[in-house]
Write a protein that binds this ligand. Structure first.
Ligand code: PSU
Ligand code: MN
Length: 298
C-alpha cells in the first residue's frame, strides 16, 4: 500500500515516539460544519497534550495520507452534501483508482494506521450492529477482528444494538476493555450496564494489554472504551428518545447501507442540540488525550 506520510509523523515513527491515528469520517459524516473542523483540530490538540503526535488519516485525491494538514481538515470538513466518499475496507480501490477524496471510517483508519506502523487510534464511537437490522453489521467490527490496532473510543452510540454489537465483537475475537468503568460506555452515557472483558485504571495497564496483543500476534485488535467526562454526560432519557425518533425516521424514509449511520447521527445531533454537541466534542478531545497517554506508555 503506497502511503503519503507527513514529515512530522514520519519523524516521530522513525524515532519511535508515540503517534495516535485519527479518523476522518467523523469530520465529513459525523458532525456538522464548523463544529466538525473545530473538534478535529481540538482532538489533535488533545493528542499533543497527552504527549503524542496526531496523525489524521484520509484519502486526498486518491492519495492515502497519514497526517493531513489543518487546511485539508478544513477543506474536507466544509465540502457540502456528504459528497466525500466514506472509506471502509471496500472503498479504497475505488477512491484510489479514480483519484477521489475519501474520509476513512474506523475500519478504514485501522487498515492505514496498521500499514503505517501506528499502534493506537482514537475516535468517538465505533460502528456496530444496527437496531432492528441485525444483518447490518459495521465493517468496523470485522476489521477489529483482523487488524492489530488499539482503538480508543467511548463505546458506541445506542443508535446501535449494543448487546448484538458486543456479541459480534466476541465472535470476532476482540477484547473490550473499560478505562475506569465496569461496563461498556454508550457514548453520551458513561456506563450502559453491559459487560466488558476487563477494567483498567491507568494508561500503563491499558498499554500492557496492547503490548501483549502485539506480542501474541494473533491478528486482532483491541477496543479500549473511555467514558465521556462526567460533567458532559447526557441525560439517558433525552438521548434515548432522540435516538428512537432518528432510527424510526431512517426506517420510514428507507435509508440504507452506508447512509444509515450519517443520517441517524445528524438527526440525533439536531434533536438533542447544544448539550449533545458539547458532549461529543468533550469526549473526542478526552479520547485523543487518553490514547496519547496509552501510546506514550507503550
Ligand atoms: N459513530 C459515531 N460517529 C461517527 C461514526 C460512528 O458516533 O462519526 C462513523 C465512524 O467513522 C464509523 C462509521 O467508523 O461511522 C461507521 O459507519 P457504518 O455504520 O456505516 O459502518
Ligand atoms: Mn452498515
Amino acid at each position: 500500500m503506497q502511503l503519503h506520510i507527513s514529515e512530522e509523523v514520519r519523524a516521530a515513527l522513525d524515532e519511535n515516539r508515540p503517534v495516535v491515528a485519527l479518523e476522518s469520517t467523523v469530520i465529513t459524516h459525523g458532525l456538522p460544519y464548523p463544529q466538525n473542523v473545530e473538534t478535529a483540530l481540538g482532538m489533535e490538540a488533545g493528542v499533543r497534550e497527552g504527549g503524542a503526535v496526531p496523525a489524521t488519516i484520509a484519502v486526498l485525491k486518491g492519495k492515502i495520507t497519514v497526517g493531513i494538514s489543518g487546511d485539508d481538515v478544513e477543506r474536507l470538513g466544509s465540502i457540502k452534501d456528504n459528497s466525500v466518499r466514506k472509506c471502509s475496507r471496500r472503498d479504497f480501490s475505488i477512491a484510489v483508482g479514480l483519484k477521489q477524496d475519501g474520509a476513512t471510517t474506523v475500519a478504514g483508519t485501522m487498515i492505514v494506521a496498521h500499514e503505517a506502523g501506528i499502534k493506537v487510534f482514537a475516535t468517538g464511537g465505533i460502528g456496530g450492529v444496527h437496531r432492528g437490522h441485525p444483518f447490518d453489521v459495521s465493517a468496523d467490527l470485522i476489521e477489529l477482528g483482523r487488524t492489530p490496532v488499539a482503538v480508543v473510543c467511548s463505546g458506541a452510540k445506542s443508535i446501535l444494538d449494543l448487546p448484538l454489537t458486543l456479541e459480534t465483537l466476541e465472535t470476532q475475537g476482540v477484547p473490550v476493555i473499560g478505562y475506569g468503568v465496569d461496563s461498556l460506555p454508550s457514548f453520551y452515557s458513561r456506563e450502559s450496564g453491559l459487560p466488558i472483558d476487563q477494567r483498567v485504571d491507568s494508561a500503563e495497564d491499558a498499554a500492557k494489554i496492547v503490548r501483549a496483543m502485539f506480542d501474541l500476534d494473533m491478528g486482532h485488535g483491541v477496543l479500549i472504551t473511555v467514558p465521556v467526562p462526567a460533567e458532559y454526560e447526557l441525560d439517558g432519557q433525552v438521548a434515548e428518545e432522540a435516538i428512537e425518533q432518528a432510527t424510526r425516521e431512517a426506517d420510514e424514509q428507507g435509508i440504507s447501507g452506508k447512509y444509515v449511520t450519517p443520517f441517524v447521527l445528524a438527526r440525533v445531533a439536531a434533536l438533542t442540540g447544544d448539550r449533545s454537541k458539547r458532549a461529543n466534542t468533550a469526549l473526542l478531545v478526552n479520547n485523543g488525550k487518553t490514547a496519547a497517554m496509552i501510546a506514550a506508555a507503550l
